[in-house]
Design a protein around this ligand. Structure first.
Ligand code: LIP
Length: 265
């Protein structure tokens, strides 16, 4: 692996763990957590902001010339997108689950170069599960290679789904109906990044969401692709800053999953 990849992958794993420890402390003291609203069903907490500040500080000290795009922009610095290398970070993906004490949240850290997501790290502090991947170098969970599902039928397991007020209900209801009619079953964890890590590790057959932001999914996209799965071209058009639909699925289910999702990808 090239040095710039290796150094960044190792740093991403280290800072995922250190920021995960900070997040876990906030999670265990949720009754003191300051929460504010960014919109309908769209919350942010001081934990999101402080965890992002820790990640931003650690990464920019090590790689000062890299760009940084974080969900909360908690650093106060303007967004800096650099072709040769930009970090895309969600300090706590699954913020609502975090707030309400549910176990579906994680740290998501991706690094992209020349328009492609090349490193992905997703850390679940509650389960102490560190997923990591780099393009061309495979994907692992706590050092053990990931094994994506070999399923060929949607009835062979569970499908992750995401929904937010960024889209109309029908955008999710229609694919859900097609999934159920095909014998599939859905689960909404509330965290895109966690769900993509579960696709990469074979726990889910696939995941779809009709609109998602880059910081929620880029790390998970690298995990799924490096584990042998298929993901749509999420970064097409202005995916990095405006988001896009996402479809991520085990290799034996690509066409069936595309039919269920119905998204133009
Ligand atoms: C969440 C995503 C989830 C989506 C939620 C929210 P956050 O990210 O992971 O897939 O459905 O609306 O965007 O806001 O918890 O970082």
């Amino acid at each position: 692996m090239q040095n710039d990849y290796l150094e960044r992958l190792e740093l991403a794993k280290q800072v995922a763990r250190s920021s995960g420890t900070l997040a876990l402390d906030y999670f265990q003291n949720r009754d003191e957590l300051a929460v504010s609203n960014k919109g309908v069903q769209n919350r942010v907490t001081e934990a999101d902001q402080e965890v992002e500040r820790l990640i931003f500080k650690t990464i920019t000290e090590a790689f000062p010339n890299d760009g940084f795009l974080g969900e909360e922009m908690a650093s106060g610095e303007p967004v800096k997108l650099v072709e040769e290398g930009t970090w895309v970070v969600d300090p706590i993906d699954g913020t609502d689950c975090f707030i309400y004490g549910l176990p579906s949240w994680c740290i998501s850290i991706a690094w992209m170069q020349k328009g492609e997501a090349r490193i992905g790290v997703v850390y679940d502090p509650l389960r102490d599960e560190l997923y990591s991947a780099a393009v061309g170098h495979g994907a692992d969970l706590n050092g053990k290679q990931l094994q994506i599902s070999s399923a060929t039928e949607l009835s062979d397991g569970l499908t992750g789904v995401g929904h937010s007020t960024r889209v109309q209900p029908i955008a999710t209801i229609e694919p859900l109906q097609r999934l159920l009619e095909a014998g599939g079953m859905f689960i909404r964890s509330g965290s895109c990044a966690s769900s993509l890590a579960w696709v990469a590790s074979g726990r889910l057959l696939g995941y779809f969401e009709s609109h998602i932001n880059s910081w929620d999914c880029l790390a998970g996209i690298v995990l799924v692709r490096e584990a042998g799965g298929w993901v749509n071209d999420f970064l097409a058009l202005d995916g990095l800053t405006s988001g896009n639909p996402i479809i991520a699925v085990a290799p034996g289910l690509v066409e069936k999953f595309k039919m269920v999702c119905g998204f133009k990808v």
